[in-house]
Design a binder for this molecule. Structure first.
Ligand code: BV8
Length: 250
């Protein structure tokens, strides 16, 4: 494992240019430069007293649906105001440069899609989508009666954000596709994630096990750092932008 900061290793550029299948897994760190607090620091103001890991659970929603709905409404507001940053845009520019780019995200902010990335695999859902907490079906619109959470127009059950909470299963197709990508890729980037939440955190290990080059981009060390081929220590927006720029010059 080599740690580079801030230059981009020539051997990594060569490997990226030669790669047939490039896999990318992102976490909230890639959206930090868009002003969206990372998952662990998602608490400011009113929310500072709550632990995100406790709030992002079915139990919290059952015990206090109003609190959980309002937490997501606050985060949705932040996300709606946020703009994609150079890190998101670098991944859009990388797409046509390689034969196959697969983008898997743990993020629920939809910023990769707003940046222009195609075929984004959302492992943990999307905060801008809402579903019925009873039948799980999406709900596009509902009567604003002032009740919080609002109720499903079909069955009257509470509405909830279309995200995956702790203790909930990930969307099966998204997870199966992500595992397949990790098993087949030549190079796997883990960007802006603390690499602890399962099953997403196992994807880079699956890739390494089948011989992929493993690259981590993060200003901080994570449990993955000792296992990677390249550890690029710094901000995703800066590093990704420079990596893609250098790799694009033939
Ligand atoms: C499941 C959506 C089967 C919601 C999220 C023990 C007990 C109970 C459960 C478990 C257990 N052990 C394992 C589990 C399973 C559990 C889990 O993994 N727990 C962990 C904590 C051990 N996982 C689950 O429950 C999953 N479901 O396994 O189902 C099952 C069923 C029943 C019982 C057991 C198992 C569901 C997990 C999905 C949860 N939902 N998000 C919401 O957002 O509100 S997870 C959420 O946290 C994020 O989506 C993300 O995936 C995760 C971690 O966040 P990160 O994105 O990594 O953000 P974080 O803040 O942690 O780190 C940011 C990083 O960016 C930092 O490293 C920072 O240095 C870096 N950074 C900062 N700035 C920048 C930067 N990097 C680059 N550039 C920058 N500028």
């Amino acid at each position: 494992m080599h740690t580079y900061s801030p230059q981009i290793p020539a051997s990594l550029v060569t490997a990226l240019r030669a790669a047939e299948r490039v896999a990318v897994l992102t976490g909230s760190g890639i959206s930090a430069e868009s002003g969206v607090p990372t998952f662990r620091e998602a608490q400011t103001g009113l929310w500072v007293q709550y632990d995100p890991q406790q709030l992002a659970t079915p139990e919290a929603f059952k015990n206090n649906p109003r609190l959980v709905w309002e937490w997501y409404a606050w985060r949705r507001e932040l996300v709606t105001k946020a703009k994609p940053n150079p890190g998101h845009l670098a991944l859009v520019h990388l797409e046509p440069m390689v034969p196959e780019l697969s983008l898997i995200t743990q993020n629920i902010d939809g910023l990769h899609q707003r940046a222009g990335s195609q075929g984004v695999i959302e492992l943990h859902g999307n905060i801008t989508r809402t579903r019925c907490s009873i039948d799980g079906e999406p709900v596009e619109s509902w009567n604003e009666t002032g009740e919080i959470p609002p109720r499903c127009p079909r069955c009257g059950g509470y509405l909830r954000p279309d995200v995956v909470w702790f203790g909930e299963m990930l969307p099966e197709t998204a997870l199966m596709t992500a595992i397949e990508i990790a098993e087949r890729c030549d190079i796997f980037f883990s960007i802006g994630t603390s690499a602890v939440v399962q099953p997403a955190a196992s994807l880079p290990l699956n890739a390494k096990r089948q011989g992929a080059i493993l690259v981590e981009i993060n200003p901080d060390e994570t449990p993955l750092t000792p296992l990677v081929t390249y550890s690029l220590s710094g901000q995703a927006g800066d590093i990704l932008h420079r990596l893609v720029q250098i790799a694009s010059i033939r």
